[in-house]
Design a protein around this ligand. Sequence first.
Ligand SMILES: [Zn+2]
Length: 167
Amino acid sequence: MTNIVCPHCGSTNRAPEDRSPLDARCGKCGEPLFTSTPPDVSGQNLDRQIQRSSLPVLVDVWAPWCGPCRVMGPQFEAAAQEAQPALRFVKLNSDENQDMSARLGIRGIPTMLLFQDGKEVGRVSGAMSSRDILSWARGQLAAHQALREPNIPLQNGSIQLNKIALV
Ligand SMILES: [Zn+2]
């Protein structure tokens, strides 16, 4: 069962089985569970995404005054349109969420953080292209998956990564 946390109200929804979650709306607030533009979330909503979502959560920490963040914005959006709903894309405005930014240990922006199973599995700073965003995220998830499944057979000394759902 896949739990999807609403980026608007923070309710946990079960992924519909009869249609794509991309078309689904939140059972509580009625807003779409996914939007083509990654939503800005509050620190509290981000906490819920991290703790309750079955999906990996990719966060773009940004601020309106930050030039590289503005460069990165459309790239993050393009990456979201390609990878949703396998991956949850959200944005955190560090000006409006200073407590959460401090808790996350954000030192500069833009910074991207990736969470899975309630844990941070990667972070990277600086503006990136949509292609680099996706390849970075997939690489981090693949490494995390390998750690979660220590029985993956070794082949030629390297780890086989054939079980990654996010393709
Ligand atoms: Zn909702």
